[in-house]
Write a protein that binds this ligand. Structure first.
Ligand SMILES: *Cc1c(COP(=O)(O)O)cnc(C)c1O
Length: 562
């Protein structure tokens, strides 16, 4: 269990105290993707949604922060599954005008020696006590070269050349935009290495003084998977970034390749990973750097569904301003918890039945698995012994899966095909539906409605994970490998189920543990309803007070922002 001491007192909010902070600090938060709500499709998954939740909790607490990201007019993509179970991608046009305001000026940066004009759109994220401006950068302007207009069209869609141009727009363009819009920034927070070229813009303004840049920057790394750290060939970097590259770039960003993580680490005064284990793994990956950790959270007001909002408002009204008050959830009556859960589950099951015709029932134990279809997340682990699963599940358990594969990830796409084929092949023996187009809206519906949230990553690849936290705010229960946040929060069989123990396991060992836990869980659900409700309550009371972004941004404030 993670240390929660001191949180309650730190979080007691005093308006004047916050105003005093405002006078001495102002944070600029840079993120390649930000996911705020279902209307603005400028995110792909966990990283963007975390950024959105970070912003929302800062707005709630009136922490002085402004955010910068890119405006993708063709977003990530809409996923459909065809009759062969294959993922197909669609990129509809997104019109930002109903949601944000285009500011009447442009900033210009040089990419490949050519002027690229950048327009800035302003969005306001309203919170309880304040609001945070979010600036979206857009190169899709008639005055730009046709090739440059496309820089901000697609999120993670292009080749490494496009990616480099995007990161230049974010870091350098974003810096110039803020210089005009938000004087007095005291800390630049790079959310992932994508934002690292910000340091090159700062370096120019500091006359090459690295220590001056380092004083102003902090950096959060988000993945222990090597492919998640962008690297660029120096000839490409030279061609695209030209004059922005300092003469000693290889000393700052790596000898052989420009490594965005190394550049960010070298020019930040502090760096962190996103869970205790991820902090440790990051220190091993990047020896010589002082990397701490702040465990991620979720924005409590965004992810708690209407049923539990009503319940908490009634019995624990202070939860809106102080989510740690949800530690009192153990005092709620069994009936109230079960009735809120039933309402949320009904919404999920109705949707699944409406789009699939599968005839799912509110009475059955429901297990959800939804996340990016990456191989290390092992979506098919639960099918390792199909006969066993079919017997265990028969007329007792129903499964809802979702998740997108990156359009260029053949392995991930194969996983989706395998999973949806299983559903079709065993349609009369296994209650299984793959719901297409996992996004912020479907993520909310699933995390609110499910009984069990399953997660079986290969340790320690899941840096933190946040979807399971959303489940806790809605009386759901996690069954997961002890990776990322769950390693810090899990009390096995008390507030959820731990698959395996605090060690790295082979797939075979993990599958065996998973089946043992599933057996136990199904028995508890049907044969010991009292115990089940007490696990639901512990899931809320133990976990939501800690794994929320209010606790997280206060930790950033105290450790890194001041
Ligand atoms: C919360 C969320 C995520 C992040 O969840 P993980 O636990 O990191 O997989 C990703 N995508 C969507 C749509 C989400 O709502």
């Amino acid at each position: 269990m993670s240390k929660t001491g001191g949180l309650a007192s730190e979080s007691r909010i005093d308006n004047l105290w916050w105003k005093a902070w405002g006078a001495t600090m102002k944070v600029a938060y840079f993120s390649m993707e930000i996911g705020l709500n279902e209307n603005i499709p400028t995110y792909s998954g966990g990283l963007g949604i975390l950024a959105g939740d970070h912003i929302k909790s800062c707005a709630d607490l009136n922490i002085p922060l402004v955010a910068v990201t890119l405006l993708y007019k063709r977003g990530y993509f809409i996923q459909r599954i065809n009759v062969r179970g294959e993922q197909e991608e669609f990129y509809p046009y997104f019109d930002p005008r109903p949601f944000m305001e285009q500011l009447p000026f442009k900033v210009t940066i040089k990419i490949k020696g050519r002027d690229v004009n950048i327009s800035v759109w302003k969005y306001h994220q309203q919170g309880i006590r304040g609001r945070v401006p979010v600036y979206f950068l857009d190169t899709d302007l008639p005055i730009n070269h046709p090739e440059d207009r496309g820089i901000t069209h697609y999120l993670y869609g292009g080749d490494s050349h496009t990616r480099l141009c995007q990161e230049a727009v974010l870091g350098i363009g974003g810096y110039l935009a803020l210089k005009r819009l938000e004087p007095g920034i005291t800390t630049y927070h790079m959310n992932e290495g994508h934002a690292c070229f910000l340091t090159l813009a700062l370096l120019r303004d500091a006359g090459g003084m690295e220590s001056r840049v380092r004083e102003q920057c902090i950096f959060t790394t988000h993945t222990p998977v090597p492919a998640g750290h962008d690297r660029f060939d120096y000839p490409l970097a030279q061609a695209v970034l030209g004059e922005y590259l300092p003469a000693n770039i290889r000393a700052l960003a790596g000898q052989d390749e420009l490594n965005t993580t190394i550049l960010a680490l070298n020019l930040s005064r502090a760096s962190n990973g996103v869970s205790e284990l991820h902090g440790k793994v990051s220190r091993q990956m990047f020896p010589g750097y002082d990397i701490g950790h702040v465990t991620n959270g979720v924005h409590h007001l965004s992810w708690t569904g209407p049923e539990f909002q009503t319940l908490f408002d009634h019995h624990i009204p202070e939860w809106r301003e102080q989510p740690q008050a949800l530690s009192k959830a153990r005092d709620l009556s069994d009936e109230a918890i079960l009735s809120a859960k039933a309402g949320a589950k009904r919404r999920l099951i109705s949707y699944v039945n409406a789009i699939s015709g599968a005839g799912f029932s509110e009475q059955f134990l429901t297990i959800c698995f939804a996340r990016r279809a990456a191989v290390y997340k092992r979506a098919t682990l639960i099918f390792a012994d199909l006969e066993y699963l079919l017997n265990l599940s028969h007329d007792r358990v129903q499964y809802i899966f979702a998740g997108k594969a990156h359009p260029k990830d053949a392995e991930g796409k194969k996983l989706i095909r395998e999973v949806s084929e299983l559903g079709i092949r065993y349609e009369d023996r296994l209650r299984f539906v793959f719901v297409p187009n996992y996004n912020i809206w479907l993520g909310a519906l699933m995390t609110q409605g499910t009984d069990i949230w399953l997660n079986t990553p290969r340790r320690p690849r899941e840096a933190c994970g946040t979807s399971g936290m959303k489940v806790c705010f809605n009386g759901g229960v996690n069954m997961s490998v002890l990776d990322g946040w769950w390693r810090e929060g899990c009390r096995d069989r008390v507030n959820g189920w731990a698959v395996g123990d605090d060690e790295d396991q082979s797939d075979e060992a993990a599958a065996a543990d998973l089946y043992r836990d599933l057996d136990d869980l199904v028995t508890t659900f049907y044969a010991a309803p009292k115990q089940w409700v007490s696990i639901m309550k512990n899931s809320i009371a133990d976990l939501t007070p800690v794994f929320n972004t209010q606790r997280m941004v206060l930790e950033y404030l105290h450790k890194y922002y001041q």
